[in-house]
Ligand binder design. Sequence first.
Ligand SMILES: *Cc1c(COP(=O)(O)O)cnc(C)c1O
Length: 306
Amino acid sequence: GLAAIDCVLKLLNPGDEVIAVDDLYGGTYRMFTRLFEKYQLKFTFVNFDDVSKIADVITDKTKLIWVETPTNPLMKLVDIKAVVEIAKGKDILVAVDNTFATPYLQRPIDLGADIVMHSATKYLGGHSDVIAGALVAKDAELGEKLHFIQFASGGILGPHDSYLVLRGIKTLALRVQRHSENGMAVAKYLETHPSVAEVIYPGLESHPQYELAKSQMKDFGGMVSFTFKSGKKEDAIKFLEKVRVFTLAESLGGVESLANHPALMTHASIPAEKRAELGITDDLVRLSVGIEDAEDLIADLERAFS
Ligand SMILES: *Cc1c(COP(=O)(O)O)cnc(C)c1O
């Protein structure tokens, strides 16, 4: 996945500017700020909730807008069509990290994006046994440019890894349907639980961008985050120690359910202040809901709560 992002950034020249959504996958943020700033690319991070803010920071040097939707772990959505509209008629590429949604739920090129990026490590592979990435370009000319960079840089997947991704894709539709059913079942269960404060899932009417989720996505996927009424980190940790069907681990998108504590695990490298600003609190738990029986998953959560 990171090699795929690296490939997109190498389309640019020193002095070019990139506008990116401020709630980015940590590895993307690290690559942009700690690697490519060194090569004189300039990055501006903006909250894409109000897309007019993007227009405010576009300059004649802006060459790429980097979108991620839904984001991790707070499931914020970006209106892809609206971003494309802002870039229209300018020499600016729109790239979308579509890892969380998968091509089954969301098709950014149909919405006008130029490049789609996937961490195939997650849903495309689907079995937590391969590290891979993919880029999809709007047209052959752009595809050729990306292919040359991949070839010249050496970010090439081995045959067995390629085979694992191809095999995973064969069941992508079936898996994501089940991830979405289970995601919804778990989100609804959590919503009714007395220990739970907030459930963050794009398929719930309580999600601030529920209408956008319905129009932009076919269904809502398997990623669900929630917080505790107590607001206590200890409660989140105790809960994570007690789940048995959910495995405590980073990563996501595999057939088996995973649970993660973003503040201590996936997002630990973000300074505490910045985490607080983003809303990644110490009592936030992120679930990657797998394709097991929903009743078993809910029973597991219930046991952990009690
Ligand atoms: C995991 C992930 C990546 C990075 O992909 P790797 O395959 O781990 O290199 C990029 N974006 C998102 C949203 C991810 O979840």
